[in-house]
Design a protein. Structure first.
Length: 114
């Protein structure tokens, strides 16, 4: 499957939310973009077949090893908190929001009425 580094992040987030282990998602994130057809074609043509097979073996073995280590030591790690919490809005939040909107409107006004 062709997947670039940019497209692999939303896919990995969907994998995590659907219940796939964090180690498997790590393997997908590290090995997916490194083993797409364009990258493998460039490595094969520039460095030869021997380097290409060494590249594939090292990417796959190291990704699986680190995925296993990730699952072993960070088994209880929760990456996404899907519970909803009540947001506490304080005085600092209100003041900073007001200042931000004032600056935005000031610069819009300044640009329009020059």
């Amino acid at each position: 499957m062709y997947v670039c580094a940019t497209a692999s992040l939303p896919i990995a987030a969907a994998f995590l939310l659907s219940g796939i282990s964090s180690g498997a998602v790590f393997v997908f994130l590290s090995a997916g973009p490194a083993t797409n057809s364009v990258t493998m074609g460039v490595v094969s043509s520039m460095f030869g077949k021997k380097s290409f097979f060494l590249y594939l073996i090292s990417i796959s073995m190291i990704s699986i090893l680190f995925g296993y280590i990730f699952d072993t030591f960070f088994d209880k790690l929760e990456l996404f908190d899907t519970t909803s919490e009540i947001e506490n809005i304080g005085l600092l939040d209100t003041i900073s929001t007001t200042v931000m909107f004032a600056l935005i409107f000031y610069y819009i006004y300044k640009r329009i009425f020059r």
